[in-house]
Design a protein around this ligand. Structure first.
Ligand SMILES: C[S@@+](CC[C@H](N)C(=O)[O-])C[C@H]1O[C@@H](n2cnc3c(N)ncnc32)[C@H](O)[C@@H]1O
Length: 241
């Protein structure tokens, strides 16, 4: 299965569960964005890989306009329905690797928990950089793999066994290198620890039967483990700067 087919298969059947999680987490994410992203209120924001509208709906009251893109139409339709009509959030189907959006057209471009689902993250990061205006910012949030290559390989094996749409979590070093290669300058970063209970985490990906036992055999720990989530806020320089 190609990565886009795997993503559609994984997420089109999980709309209700993702919507529930989005609503539970919205307020905390809003507070986190308020403190981390340094918003002024006038921003036009793009949320790439919005899922159930996670960043889009959290950030909406803090900014001027939000466009939310995802490759799974079922998620977009549900997020749109829950956002209601007449808001300043619009939902658009599209591929993060080739966005059908004008260059330099957003003040803040965000991509949260999505890069690890894409087989060519370098294409996504170059698109994030392209659609951000000079002087604007990019926010990338994703699970970080250990710096040790063998441990990173093991983590990615487990994540792929749990969820076939997982492609590869990058290490902090690899992700920083990729962002820098797109001339994005690090403004601030933070690595947060997220405690993951194994069973609910397997449930979330609807990982059942033999696949569940296989994933369990590869898991970092029997009951729970700590995932590292990297937050990166980057400045796109103005032309000539
Ligand atoms: C783990 S979910 C994260 C959703 C949300 N951003 C969040 O933080 O909760 C990953 C999302 O990325 C989307 N996605 C994966 N590959 C994509 C691609 N090539 N283009 C657009 N969206 C993609 C999936 O459909 C899914 O909604």
């Amino acid at each position: 299965m190609g990565s886009v087919d795997a993503v559609r298969a994984r997420f089109a059947g999980a709309v209700e569960r993702l919507a529930e999680l989005e609503e539970q987490r919205r307020e905390a994410l809003r507070e986190r964005l308020r403190s981390f992203a340094g918003l002024c209120g006038a921003e036009r924001v793009l949320d790439v890989g919005t899922g159930a509208g996670a960043l889009a709906l959290a950030i909406a009251p803090l900014v001027r306009e939000v466009v939310a893109v995802d490759i799974v139409p079922e998620l977009l339709a549900d997020a749109h329905r829950r956002a209601g009509d007449g808001t300043h959030v619009s939902f658009v189907e599209g591929d993060a690797k080739a966005l059908d959006l004008d260059s330099e057209s957003f003040d803040l471009v965000a991509c949260t928990r999505t890069l690890h689902h894409v087989d060519a993250p370098e294409l996504v990061v170059s698109e994030l950089a392209r659609v951000t205006r000079g002087g604007g910012r990019v926010l990338v949030v994703d699970q970080i793999a250990p710096a040790d290559a063998e441990r990173a390989r093991e983590l990615n094996r487990f994540e792929r066994a749990r969820d076939a749409s997982h492609s590869r979590a990058l290490s902090d070093t690899d992700l920083r290198r990729l962002l820098a290669a797109n001339r994005l300058n690090l403004n601030r970063s933070e690595i947060l620890s997220e405690n993951r209970q194994l069973d609910p985490y397997l449930d979330l990906a609807r990982c059942e039967g033999d696949a569940r036992e296989h994933a369990r055999s590869l898991a970092p720990a029997r009951d729970s483990y700590v995932a590292e989530i990297g937050w990166y806020l980057l400045d796109k320089p103005t032309l000539g700067a």
